[in-house]
Ligand binder design. Structure first.
Ligand SMILES: NC(=O)c1ccc[n+]([C@@H]2O[C@H](COP(=O)([O-])OP(=O)(O)OC[C@H]3O[C@@H](n4cnc5c(N)ncnc54)[C@H](OP(=O)(O)O)[C@@H]3O)[C@@H](O)[C@H]2O)c1
Length: 290
């Protein structure tokens, strides 16, 4: 099976590259090699390649910047995926496109299913929802995978920033009234091959580690795991912040965006691993050795 990954330099894309290198006939392109903002270039380069599965892990992911660069957000997060889907249709290849929990408004208080109405409250969420619609409109068994709070070793995320602050002895605070679920890139890489076949799982799929937490709980658990692993920290307690205190944020974010993984479990017969186990595994593997 020949697989091409776009966004190969990002947190998720780099992880998929590492984990699939030995297993598949794989090619990956980072931002410098392949610019989704240049649609003619995208058409030219991709049309010349052969592949069975195209994984799009590239996106304009800076949520605040999307508010002020709305046209660019829609170009990269919506128009480009539409072009990708069209090229995949011509090649009879499957497109696996990543999306986000930020397509929801966060008003619900139970995990969002794939059937729930998306209602984004930011330009990022709007552009990602538009991208989903373009991919699904191509109607060729393509898959849109919505994930939340992605973390992993290939690019620092929230959890790494919290650990760094603890190591440096800076004050550690995190939001206590915003809820979702972390998703480990390793676990995404592990589950995705279930869906490489054209006949399996077209449409929208939610994937995250299981459970629910606030950013404060997430950060506190990460520091607890570091302590258990014997990592020297200058601070070990995470204070709480209210979402309303985040006055420097430009974009609105959903208060609650837990994704239900019931459909994933039904399709694969597997449950996603608990977020605490995934974070503990990450810290054991990538921090205790440092
Ligand atoms: N991170 C999260 O918490 C999170 C949550 C929910 C959903 N997601 C989704 O998961 C997917 C992967 O995100 P991630 O966490 O891996 O984010 P990431 O680390 O920001 O990766 C995105 C990649 O896309 C690249 N990119 C940006 N503009 C591009 C362009 N015009 N052409 C080609 N590549 C471009 C970036 O390159 P540069 O950095 O060089 O610009 C980066 O390597 C995205 O679809 C995102 O929307 C992420």
């Amino acid at each position: 099976m020949k697989i091409v990954i776009l966004g190969a330099g990002g947190r998720l894309g780099a992880s998929l590259m590492r984990e699939y290198r030995e297993k598949y006939d794989l090619a990956g392109f980072d931002h410098a090699q392949f610019d989704l903002a240049n649609l003619d270039d995208v058409r030219g380069k991709l049309s010349a390649m052969n592949f069975d599965v195209l994984i799009n892990a590239a996106a304009f992911t800076n949520v605040d910047a999307c508010e002020t660069e709305r046209d660019r957000a829609f170009l990269i997060n919506a128009e480009a995926p539409a072009v990708l889907a069209g090229i995949c249709n011509k090649k009879d290849a499957k497109l696996i496109h990543f999306s986000t929990d930020y397509v929801f408004d966060g008003e619900k208080r139970a995990p969002y299913t794939e059937e729930d109405q998306a209602n984004p409250i930011s330009a990022y969420g709007e552009s990602k929802l538009a991208g989903e619609k373009c991919v699904l409109a191509a109607d060729n068994g393509h898959l849109v995978v919505r994930v939340s709070w992605v973390f992993g070793p290939d690019r620092p995320s929230f959890v790494d920033a919290m650990i760094k602050r603890a190591q440096q002895g800076e004050k550690i605070d995190a939001i206590s009234d915003k809820f979702s679920t972390p998703t480990y890139t390793h676990d995404i890489a592990d589950m995705l091959p279930h869906f490489f076949d054209r006949g399996v799982g077209g449409g929208i799929l939610h994937f995250a580690n299981s459970g629910k937490c606030s950013w404060q709980e997430y950060a506190q658990w990460a520091l607890d795991c570091c302590c258990d692993a014997g990592l020297p920290l200058k601070g070990t307690t995470v204070g709480g912040l209210k979402l309303s205190e985040m006055t420097n944020w430009v974009a609105r974010r959903p208060v609650y965006s837990v994704l239900s993984t019931a459909k994933y479990a039904e399709l694969t017969g597997r449950a996603s691993r608990a977020w605490r186990d995934a974070v503990a595994d990450y810290i054991t593997r990538f921090y205790s050795k440092k």
